[in-house]
Design a protein around this ligand. Structure first.
Ligand SMILES: *Cc1c(COP(=O)(O)O)cnc(C)c1O
Length: 379
């Protein structure tokens, strides 16, 4: 008990999940369809509070892949993607045989730098290949610069895929993440703000597009008594059991956001007046982050580095993690096109993700605060 591990972000059940799962068992809906699938989609549509159509899928990665399929991305096409992100934002570009162009982050939200996005677009146009899509991420729950990115999308007529895998419950100018892109993506992986154990959602603006997404995600079976196929299909639909977990989790989403934001407030106090430490924060009141993860950056003048802090925390059984390593620095994307400066690299070098789960206890926080009071003396 004494040395219980403090996780970065662990699943946090609400208690309502079992009734939906029990119902699925009672009615024998143990399949990638059923009342929980429809119910979970409906819950998400009501939550997002705009005219959107949700298709729940087996993962967020599947949702990004299907977005690219729906946008008819072809081998060799350019797709712009934020470099500072989890690899799942970018891998589906490669599944399509398309070519990623990675772009740096701006300093306020750590998401797509509009200036670098425009350079990437102009590069593509100069090559005779206007990029087919822009993948914009709301990293760690912080919305990207929606107005600026949408303006570029309009000016050059390039659709935006909003990767809000980490940002369910965040808002920008009082509108919810998951409604800004032409297509939007959520994830319900085990460590996200709510979980279905594994799962994702694709959010569409048009019911016909949703119909197509569901069709493609259930093996693209044409309307015929036998198995007839005029499209390549995928097995990407969410199961009725997972959707049951999702329905229970939706009942507590507002609490989960409040708890993660309270964690962030507690970190704000901890790092106040610490010259070498700075908490990644909302740049203005336009932004409301779910603070899925709280991130601290450690100044390069500090005598102790983010990596040394991570190792010290590990010894105390406290999990912290380096922030996402930018895609353009990954060995697998060695020769990939990149636009922008070195801000994403800087974030990677100095940033550290702090324990941020909605189930952290007061005792957990006291342990974290004790650790940092020692770290401050070494900084
Ligand atoms: C988690 C995550 C994904 C992928 O979602 P899965 O459901 O794990 O496939 C995509 N993009 C980002 C930014 C993520 O954090």
């Amino acid at each position: 008990m004494e040395n219980k591990k403090i996780w970065l972000s662990s699943p946090h059940m609400g208690g309502g999940e079992m009734k939906y799962i029990q119902q699925a068992f009672d009615e024998n809906w143990i399949a990638p369809l059923g009342p929980n699938v429809n119910g979970f989609e409906h819950d998400l549509e009501s939550f997002l509070d705009e005219e959107v159509y949700v298709a729940v899928l087996s993962s967020g990665t599947a949702a990004i892949h299907l977005s690219l399929v729906l946008l008819d991305v072809k081998p060799g096409d350019f797709v712009i993607c934020q470099s500072l992100t989890f690899s799942a934002s970018a891998n589906p570009i490669v599944y399509m045989g398309a070519t990623p162009i990675f772009v740096d982050s701006e300093k306020d939200t750590w998401n797509l730098c509009p200036k670098a996005v425009e350079e990437a677009i102009l590069y593509g146009i100069a090559q005779g290949k206007k990029p087919k899509a822009i993948i914009a991420v709301s990293l760690y729950g912080m919305p990207y610069q929606v107005d600026e990115i949408n303006a570029l999308s309009k000016r050059y007529d390039i659709p935006v895929i909003e990767d809000s895998a980490e940002a369910l419950g965040s808002t920008y100018k009082n509108r919810k993440c998951g409604t800004f892109g032409d297509l939007c993506v959520l994830s319900f992986n085990g460590n996200k703000i709510i979980t279905t154990s594994g799962g994702g959602a694709l959010i569409l603006k048009d019911p016909a597009f949703k119909k197509k997404a569901v069709f493609l995600s259930t093996q693209a079976k044409d309307d015929a008594p036998h198995y007839e196929h005029t499209n390549i299909g995928y097995n990407y639909r969410m199961s009725n059991i997972c959707a049951g977990v999702g329905r229970g989790q939706m009942e507590v989403l507002a609490d989960r956001v409040a708890q993660r934001r309270a964690n962030h407030e507690r970190y704000k106090l901890l790092f106040a007046n610490q010259p070498h430490f700075s908490l990644h924060q909302e740049p203005s009141s336009d932004y409301f982050s779910n603070h899925w993860l709280s991130i601290v950056t450690v100044s390069e003048n500090s005598r102790i580095s983010a990596d040394e802090i991570r190792k010290m925390a590990q010894k105390q059984n406290i999990e912290t993690r380096p922030i996402w390593k930018p895609m353009h620095l990954q060995p697998i994307f060695n020769d990939t096109l990149y636009f922008g400066g070195h801000y994403a690299e800087q974030c990677f070098k100095t940033g550290l993700c702090l324990p941020s789960g909605s189930n952290l206890t007061d005792q957990d926080f006291e342990k974290i605060e004790q650790l940092f009071s020692k770290i401050f003396t070494l900084s």
